[in-house]
Design a protein around this ligand. Structure first.
Ligand code: G6P
Length: 489
């Protein structure tokens, strides 16, 4: 497929991320059902015609037997995916432990895990070793499939050793690394026992990208303060080698959402929801059930709003979609119980025989149902305690062309820097402020809603995921070309 008649073969792009953009379910000893999940990265790269994309990553399920691994590899090849197999022990230490318990928390500015501090400290070294081992396994798979001239784009905090491992094997490889989470102040990064090794290995990449200028700035100051390197206007310099560091804010594929609203099944669902909530304003939260999404704080703010505004009691509903995630990590298990308790408390207090103010669902909604829900929502609440970007806010805006709903957005989400002028920005820790914003949003006059929405809609439709990927990749090519020029001089 790579060779089309009369056309030169396309350049290959190897996209390496912890998780492949697919769900795989075993049907028999050697047969699998594999479905592509269209998320941010997939939609970003779907629209790019210039490259032939291969995905490399973990499938998220344990496949211990050789027959299973072989058949899954075959099934994935049809989707241009190459699996990385990780055994249960490594997943436990690398993914649940080092990635999700340590790096995730730290990169969201909360420092090292507070509870079971000693337990974390004790298991730190073994989790870090597993992290390195896992990164080595990823590197081996990349090396096995790499062909001269390929671009390798590594993603996220799971794979911070990958740039170094890849460059050690082949210094000519073009390697980019992009972080999808925030990067914290150097003072927070400094507390991590492996602070220097992680920074050094990321610096082996040619281009290092972040969602916002602030995250990029924090990374550069971590390199200057912790490693003692030089910050340059373009990035970080280490003995003549410059690693380019820059901000590339991601977006969505807005057309996919806008077009979905025209589909008959979505229109039907919109109608059904409108009838169901005909006498109520709809507020919506859509989050992974993650500690950083601020779901308990959001519900407490909603409770405060109900407490202070009895006139709204039967006239508003908050629908909270909480997609289960990382369910093996104790912090996430605790969060689930905590959220259920608060939901029960609010519904017990403000529910009536016929209605409850809060619909909380621990589940994923299919794409069409989600679009319909976005479309009927009067006020969306994105109140993450910290968030790399947050594309739910973008998706909501894309589905609001006719209704012009209001977006309440955490000032600690990367998206606040792009949708700040249209959204109502809040500090999610301040439930009094969030409650007041809910009231303001529900009572907002039409012309203000329209103005705010138009601002956001313009941004979302002109800063797409496809442009994000194109910008990153062309910057990577330029950076490599510039480095080659410099070494020739
Ligand atoms: C965040 C991370 C992604 C990750 C996603 C889902 O957005 O930046 O890399 O894939 O969460 O988390 P999970 O642990 O289920 O892959």
């Amino acid at each position: 497929q790579n060779v089309q008649k009369g056309k030169p073969p396309k350049q290959r792009l190897l996209v390496v991320a912890n998780r492949l953009p697919v769900g795989a379910r075993r049907k028999g000893e050697d047969s699998w059902k594999v479905e592509v999940n269209v998320g941010g990265l997939v939609s970003a790269l779907m629209g790019i015609d210039e490259f032939e994309v291969r995905w490399i990553g973990w499938v998220g399920v344990n496949v211990p037997d050789e027959t299973g691994q072989k058949s899954l590899t075959r099934a994935l090849a049809e989707k241009r995916c190459i699996p990385v197999f990780l055994d249960e022990e490594i997943v436990h230490q690398y993914y649940n432990g080092y990635c999700n318990n340590i790096l995730w928390t730290l990169f969201h500015y909360l420092g090292l895990p507070q509870e079971d501090r000693l337990a974390t400290t004790r298991s730190f070294q073994s989790q870090f070793d597993a992290y390195k081992r896992a990164n080595k396994i990823f590197a081996d798979v990349v090396n096995e499939h790499y062909k001269d001239g390929d671009i390798v784009w590594c993603h996220d905090y799971h794979l911070m050793f990958l740039p170094q491992y890849l460059k050690e094997n082949n210094s000519k490889m073009k390697v980019g690394w992009f972080l999808h989470t925030p990067f914290p102040s150097s003072e927070i990064h400094k507390t991590l026992p492996s602070r220097s090794e992680l920074l050094k290995s990321v610096l082996a990449a040619d281009l290092v990208g972040f969602h916002t200028y602030d995250y990029a700035r924090h990374f550069v100051s971590a390199c200057t303060r912790i490693l003692g390197l030089e910050g340059t206007p373009d990035g970080v310099e280490d003995q003549g080698k410059i690693t380019r560091v820059a901000a590339f804010p991601i977006g969505i594929d807005p057309d996919r959402f806008i077009k979905a609203l025209e589909l008959p099944q979505v229109k039907d669902e919109i109608q059904r929801l409108k009838e169901k909530f005909s006498n109520r304003k709809v507020m919506l939260g859509v989050d992974r059930l993650d500690t950083m999404k601020g779901i308990p704080q959001k519900i407490l703010a909603f409770e405060k709003f109900l407490e202070e505004n009895p006139n709204w009691h039967d006239r508003v509903v908050l629908i909270q979609i909480a997609v289960p995630t990382r369910t093996d990590v104790p912090e996430y298990q605790k969060l689930t119980c905590q959220v259920h308790e608060i939901v029960g408390h609010v519904n017990g207090k403000y529910g009536t025989l016929t209605a409850v103010p809060l619909h909380h669902l621990d589940q994923t909604l299919d794409f069409h149902k989600l679009c319909a829900l976005y479309a009927v929502t009067d006020v969306a609440l994105v109140t993450s305690l910290r968030d790399g970007m947050n594309l739910v806010s973008y998706e909501y805006v894309a589905c609001q062309a006719s209704k012009k709903g209001v977006l309440i957005l955490s000032e600690f989400a990367g998206a606040a820097q792009s949708l700040g002028a249209g959204a109502i920005l809040v500090n999610p820790w301040n439930i009094t402020e969030v409650a007041a914003s809910i009231s303001y949003a529900l009572n907002m006059p039409d012309d203000e809603r329209e103005k705010r929405h138009d601002h956001n809609f313009m941004h979302v439709t002109t800063h797409t995921s496809q442009q994000w990927a194109e910008n990153f990749l062309s910057e990577l090519e330029d950076t490599v070309a510039e480095a080659q020029r410099r070494t020739k001089q």
